[in-house]
Ligand binder design. Structure first.
Ligand SMILES: Cc1cc2nc3c(=O)[nH]c(=O)nc-3n(C[C@H](O)[C@H](O)[C@H](O)COP(=O)(O)OP(=O)(O)OC[C@H]3O[C@@H](n4cnc5c(N)ncnc54)[C@H](O)[C@@H]3O)c2cc1C
Ligand code: SF4
Length: 511
């Protein structure tokens, strides 16, 4: 029997020399392939920084492979899809066996499986070991639950992996969750001095990519002027060290806070490195736990951070693979409106949206509360078609890969799956944004006004949403309180809110 001719596919978000794809690589016979695909950067209208980050990180990774003497086919700027280019090479090289790590995008997974069937080659799709929880473990956990909630999954992960628990499995500090300590706005005078995150000057490889992206994708959204993302594992490790030493201490307390021209706050800015697999979540959590002792950090900040990685990151990934392809089509409220044009330009009078979108266009980054409670909240209240919102998030953030973007956007921000893993829609009026930021101070609109020219659109649409969905909100103890506040608004004012909301919804492009 002939030995199979094996090809190892490494995707742009699988850049780990120790990852599952390269395990058991036979240097005598096996080959690696990596593909830069132009259509891949275009199927959503990707931010220039997102395209540049992928290309630069892939090219740096390919140099490491070459230094280590892997036999590598690296296809630059293919006009074909990833699978189209891969297929050509498989035929040309008479490959009989393809190895890869499971892609983080459902579509790509299906395409690769279909191609392998069509070409009658062997396919070994290995589990991605950049996660604590395997698909099997997650499905088993989910199958035994009536309600799929982060909190219970997170506790199990803590216990299973002995993270922040004592020898009997009890939570460190006597509590599983310190969320209540982690929701403070910045002081009224502003955030004060924040240790800036470590930034990386583009080297020659990155510079070449930036020039290429600026020329080839000149009509794509966003800017490359501030491109300082880690593009190698070395840089990602440096970013991690810097974060735990200088920025972690205030991560927890100001996790939800927003302030004009403060794009990164005390956040880690590690998502793109984690998602490209330049960093492994285990080393991130260990670095955080070491820093806790070394720098005598508050448990609340450490727990808050661990929850994001060991809890949310694992949970949404489990949900994505459990619920696809349905998750991409869900539209619980049957929202059909188009995404306002200013999501792509930041040109709106709403100061909160202008700041969150403005920094997104500059850096390809906004932190969680900006994504959830500013741009996400507005999209839900403004009844935007979920798939249009999801395409925007997938296009515009440098860390956006579908396994993490879709559950966060469709599931968390838009309640598009009717609360499959959240107990209520995450909605808020301008009062919340006013409490958590300084945005309203410079805004044309007033957060406390519910209708009329000076009314805050977020506030009008929030009350309108509650009025429209009153019975749904009243049916759950978690949301009953929200509609209880409606009783304080007279029927006449509620009528005016609905009329004014209707007016706003018909001129979303002009807010
Ligand atoms: C509508 C919406 C869309 C989102 N899209 C993405 C996306 O495309 N890619 C992405 O990585 N995250 C996404 N998130 C989650 C979160 O906003 C980002 O992970 C975070 O803002 C990245 O910044 P950071 O690295 O500074 O994170 P930090 O605030 O410092 O958090 C630390 C790490 O925890 C992880 N994390 C935190 N929250 C989440 C979460 N809800 N889901 C998964 N991981 C989490 C990330 O790996 C992050 O790097 C989205 C959230 C919302 C509400
Ligand atoms: S007033 Fe409303 S629109 Fe303006 S910044 Fe505040 S929340 Fe945003």
């Amino acid at each position: 029997m002939n030995t199979p001719k094996r090809l190892v596919l490494i995707l742009g978000d699988q850049l780990d020399l120790k990852g599952a794809a390269l395990r058991g690589f036979d240097f005598k016979t096996d080959e690696v392939i990596m593909v830069e695909s132009i259509p891949e950067a275009q199927y959503v209208w990707s931010h220039k920084a997102k395209i540049a980050l992928f290309l630069s990180a892939m090219r740096h990774f390919s140099h490491s492979l070459q230094e280590l003497k892997y036999s590598l086919t690296y296809i630059q700027n293919s006009p074909l899809s990833i699978v189209g280019a891969l297929k050509e090479k498989i035929v040309e090289k008479q490959i009989t066996y393809l190895i890869c790590v499971q892609p983080g995008e459902w579509r790509l997974k299906l395409e690769i499986e279909e191609m392998a069937r069509e070409l009658s080659i062997g396919l070994e799709m290995r589990e991605d070991d950049h996660f604590y929880c395997s698909h099997q473990e997650f499905s088993q956990w989910a199958a035994a639950k009536k309600e799929l909630r982060l909190e219970y999954f997170y506790r199990l992960m803590r216990k299973n992996h002995h993270i922040l628990v004592d020898s009997e499995g009890n939570p460190e500090g006597g509590q599983w969750n310190f969320d209540q300590d982690n929701r403070k706005p910045y002081p009224k005078k502003g955030p004060g001095i924040i240790e800036a995150p470590v930034l990386f000057e583009p080297d020659l490889v990155t510079q070449e990519v930036l020039d290429f992206v600026n020329t080839t994708y000149s009509n794509h959204p966003g800017s490359l002027d501030h491109f300082r993302w880690p593009v190698t594992r070395q840089q990602a490790l440096e970013a991690l060290d810097y974060f735990v030493e200088y920025r972690l201490r205030n991560f927890g307390i100001f996790q939800d806070a927003m302030w004009t021209d403060t794009p990164f706050g005390w956040h880690s800015i590690l998502s793109s490195s984690l998602n490209l697999k330049l960093l492994n979540p285990r080393e991130v959590i260990h670095a955080v736990l070491d820093a806790w002792k070394k720098y005598s950090l508050d448990l609340s900040t450490v727990e808050g951070f661990v929850r994001q990685i060991l809890g949310w990151r694992e949970f949404v990934r489990g949900m994505y693979f459990l619920d696809m392809p349905k998750m991409a089509q869900d539209n619980y409220y049957d929202h059909q409106r188009q995404l306002p044009q200013w999501y792509w330009t930041g040109q709106t009078h709403m100061a909160c949206m202008k700041d969150a979108i403005g920094q997104t266009l500059e850096y390809g980054y906004a932190h969680h509360i900006q994504r959830l409670m500013v741009t996400g909240n507005f999209a839900l209240l403004a009844e935007i078609l979920p798939s249009a919102v999801c395409d925007w998030y997938l296009a515009i953030y440098v860390d956006a890969i579908e396994w993490v973007e879709l559950p966060n956007t469709a599931g968390m921000a838009l309640f598009a799956n009717g609360g499959r893993f959240t107990s209520k829609p995450y909605i808020a009026s301008g009062a919340y944004i006013n409490r958590m930021s300084n945005y309203c101070g410079s805004c044309k609109y007033k957060p406390e006004i519910r209708f009329g020219e000076a009314a805050c659109p977020v506030t009008t649409l929030y009350w309108n949403f509650l009025i429209q969905h009153r019975s749904q909100f009243e049916s759950s103890p978690r949301t009953k309180l929200m509609t209880a506040n409606l009783k304080r608004i007279s029927d006449a004012d509620q009528k005016l809110i609905v009329e004014y909301a209707d007016h706003l919804l018909n001129k979303l492009n002009h807010l």
